[in-house]
Ligand binder design. Structure first.
Ligand SMILES: Cc1cc2nc3c(=O)[nH]c(=O)nc-3n(C[C@H](O)[C@H](O)[C@H](O)COP(=O)(O)O)c2cc1C
Length: 196
């Protein structure tokens, strides 16, 4: 599919080529290929370099898949069943900051996990895969499924897969299967002070 996204200023095509499909081909992903995506995420920047993120992954057709898949809402299950992997991004709420003797709340844990997810998604695009983040899951079910200890927040579940034929999707979802647009930069960025 050609990409209708137009950038208003010069940027690398990587940024407009990344988008979140729901039509995945049923291709599986080899563990090393998935590790490349997680490796990119590992190199994300974080406050004080505490790296609050952790990734719990499951490849389809492995025992780890079903418990994570079962925690997704029905809508997300409908299209992720063809994904190659699910990656749960979690982050530690507290950190041991440099020079401190005890862990303290890390107010940037989610912000930094977001940077890690974005790195994963861009590496997926570069590697010919696609990544689609999801907030639609049952948090309690997922927490139990991945045996998440106290002190960690679940940020998102990311579906990774090879883009497939939109014909596999139900009508209503198929028409969403295209790169979306963005608010204008002038409505997003302002010099000096916030503008409504
Ligand atoms: C944190 C987060 C949660 C999301 N949750 C869902 C979800 O549960 N189901 C879904 O189909 N898409 C979900 N999305 C995908 C967004 O709708 C999508 O990223 C957004 O519309 C922008 O489109 P693009 O990623 O194709 O550029 C989520 C994205 C993010 C970043």
């Amino acid at each position: 599919m050609s990409n209708p996204r137009q950038s208003a200023h010069p940027i690398d095509p990587l940024f407009t080529n990344r988008w979140s499909p729901r039509a995945f081909a049923e291709e599986t992903i080899a563990e090393p290929a998935l590790m490349s995506l997680l490796e990119a995420a590992r190199w994300a920047p974080s406050a004080y370099n505490v790296q609050p993120w952790r990734f719990i992954y499951a490849r389809r057709d492995t025992p780890a898949w079903q418990p994570i898949f079962d925690s997704l809402v029905e809508f997300n299950q409908m299209w992720t069943k063809r994904a190659a992997a699910l990656v749960v991004v979690v982050s530690q709420r507290e950190a041991l900051f440099p020079g401190r003797a005890e862990a303290a709340p890390n107010q940037w844990h989610s912000f930094d996990a977001g940077a890690a997810w974005a790195s994963l998604a861009f590496q997926a695009t570069l590697s010919g895969w696609s990544a689609h983040a999801m907030a639609g899951f049952d948090a309690e079910k997922l927490r139990a499924a991945i045996q998440l200890p106290q002190g960690y927040a679940i940020e998102t579940v990311v579906a990774v897969g090879r883009k497939g034929d939109p014909a596999v999707l139900p009508d209503g979802v198929r028409k969403l299967e295209a790169p979306s647009d963005r608010r204008a930069l002038a409505e997003t960025a302002a010099e000096g002070v916030f503008r409504q």
